[in-house]
Design a protein around this ligand. Structure first.
Ligand code: UDP
Length: 238
């Protein structure tokens, strides 16, 4: 049987994945599917922390383009990630996967505040830790949150789960000739301005040499495949 090479993983789930075939909100079927995949991965014995996005509900930058104050819009975006975090926690606990949600913006009635050492303790005890509320600061993204938390908890890798099956040289939806990379360096992502993650997130990973694997969550079983070292998606490395 194949064994995983990772001990501790940071999984970033983009909000857009949660919409399923739609373009807004949370599809219950999709979130249940993700929960089952997470359970499968837990059973491999890896420690798993999840950073959840909020783009399926609210994106600060889009609202600010329509005239809203950027910082206020970003705080709304961060609250959206908490909604997703609670939804994911619910789906996981329904199938007996123990979880804790930690938020970067305190809201004690719904989740623990983010405390690094406590998060690590939860992981060691086999709980899935869901980081919600982004970094807690406007002008950042949940991709940057993923890089930051990955470093803080000492994750071996960041798995970025989206609706696209890897990193392309052009937008594959707009251009049929777009080519997918199997591997690419952090520097090339930055130089070519590829839309894998924002530059802050990529440069954080580059400075600390944390590999990123970008892959699609739309295909069943992909998280497990990635963890077992199958060639899925695109690997971003030094
Ligand atoms: N956000 C923020 N600071 C953070 C993380 C997120 O202000 O540290 C806000 C920002 O407005 C962003 C929204 O939360 O648009 C949702 O996060 P993101 O767009 O990263 O979610 P995803 O694209 O992964 O669904």
């Amino acid at each position: 049987m194949k064994k995983t090479q990772y001990k501790r993983i940071l999984l970033k789930i983009s909000g857009e994945v949660l919409t399923g075939q739609g373009d807004y909100g949370i599809d219950p079927g999709v979130i249940q599917q993700i929960a089952h995949e997470v359970e499968e991965v837990k059973n491999l014995g890896v420690e798993l922390a999840i950073v959840i996005g909020g783009g399926n509900i609210f994106r600060g930058i889009a609202a600010s383009a329509k005239g809203m104050d950027r910082a206020s819009a970003d705080y709304m975006g961060m609250l959206a990630t908490v909604i997703n975090g609670i939804a994911l926690q619910d789906a996981l606990e329904k199938i007996d996967v123990h979880t804790r949600v930690q938020t970067a913006i305190e809201m004690r009635q719904v989740a623990e505040p983010y405390i690094r050492r406590r998060a690590i303790r939860h992981l060691e005890k086999g709980r899935v830790v869901i980081f919600a509320g982004g970094t807690g600061s406007p002008y950042f993204t949940t991709d940057t949150t993923a890089s930051l938390r990955a470093m803080e908890i000492g994750a071996d890798v960041i798995l970025k789960a989206t609706k696209v099956d890897g990193v392309y040289d052009k937008d594959p939806i707009l251009d049929k000739k777009a080519r997918k990379y199997d591997e690419i360096t952090y520097l090339d992502v930055l130089k070519k301005q590829l839309k894998v993650m924002d530059a802050t997130a990529v440069s954080l990973c580059m400075d600390h040499q944390i590999p990123i694997i970008v892959f699609s969550l739309m295909e069943k079983g992909n998280i497990k495949r990635v963890i077992l070292g199958d060639r899925v998606g695109t690997r971003v490395r030094g």
